[in-house]
Design a protein around this ligand. Sequence first.
Ligand code: FIX
Ligand code: ZN
Length: 444
Amino acid sequence: MVRASRSDFCMKATLPEPSSPRPESVGAGMLEIPQISQAVENVLAATPIIDVHTHLFAPSFGKLGLWGIDELLTYHYLEAEFFRSSHTKPEQYFSLSKRQQADAIWRALFIENTPISESTRGVVAVLNAFGLPTDRLDLTEARAFFQAQSLDSHIQRVFGMAGVSVVVMTNDPLDPEEASVWLSGACEHPQFRAVLRLDKILRYWAVNWQALAAQGYNVDAQASGKSVAEVQRFLFNWYKRMRPMYMAVSLPDTFVYPAKTLSNYLLAEAVLPACRELNLPLSLMIGVRLQANPALRLAGDAVGRADLSSLENLCRTFPKNRFLVSVLSRENQHELCVYARKFSNLMPFGCWWFMNNPSIVEEITRERIEMLGTSFIPQHSDARVLEQVIYKWSNTRRTLAPILSNAYRLLAEDGRGVTRNDIQRDITRLFRSNAESWMNLNGH
Ligand code: FIX
Ligand code: ZN
């Protein structure tokens, strides 16, 4: 059993230190109300973001890392929209090559229709960011551009354009292709940090316990005998390999805790104790209805409203565990805010998946600022393709600027003005230090 020494891991969640001491009087460096929105835009633009949840991979993971125009166009968000604007049936589409799929999506959503949806606008924004035409009938020029890029320098350029310093990956230790990279000693990359994703263990034990057994762990289908200790040994070994920022699992809208299920048993007896031992938060992404339409494959998942009293029970029952939580249903957002006011071991993060649309991001973020101040993590990109961070973060900055400016204007009208330092401290907390203090992110 690995014993965690304080120097190895980030300290317990602590409130971030103020970035600079406040001037003696409120007058010093105070912004006039008309100056606030420009100051907010400048600080947002200049503050590099920690992207706490993505499906991106460091270069050493090879083809697992998706980038370029064909991957951008065959993103499952666009596939879902494609099947609404084309007569092509899913089975026909999935029999095409990636290139043919991208051509079909470009024709249907960008030529035969106006790309005004959030996801199609995203592709236009990426092409435009690289100075590429956004209205060509075919993808020849775009493909030539991306083919000419070398990955390492392209990553730096993309992270610079997106204003992102670090992205947090989603790593599945039971995915054979990915596991083989880790087991062959994948080299650490300072800008791509790992996460131990546990869906296969916590949601699909029946079909995955053998994979643990194949890695040499003495577990069985009922998770009896030594299984709990062996799952912990598995987590500690993968902790040493990945140095993950947190452990994570996505949960259905039907998730109930407590309930006599093998999944809850492994959660309470193996995963949460390991998280405490390793001083890692557990991320819960709650509310997905997987494969509502299996014919659409990755694009076939949907959303359901969850009963968040299960989250209440977890936060109360495991006060020494920290829970990073994102909920998929719009109807669950307010409850999550209220629970965060009840439990300081609960950190709301991001506007996940179907929530990641400017109109809904605005609603959720305003509510969170009104109820939580700056004690939450506003957004994550969930990027599956490298260049997506460019538009997902420019959208977020564009949506958050007026919300923050409005909050400061209201504060000034209520009798207390703000300085640029205040704005910098708050934005640093929202997009960096909340994540740093909650995750194993020190020294990045
Ligand atoms: O579970 C998750 O991490 C989800 O974000 C993904 O499964 C989902 O497919 C996605 O890409 C959402 O943006
Ligand atoms: Zn995700």
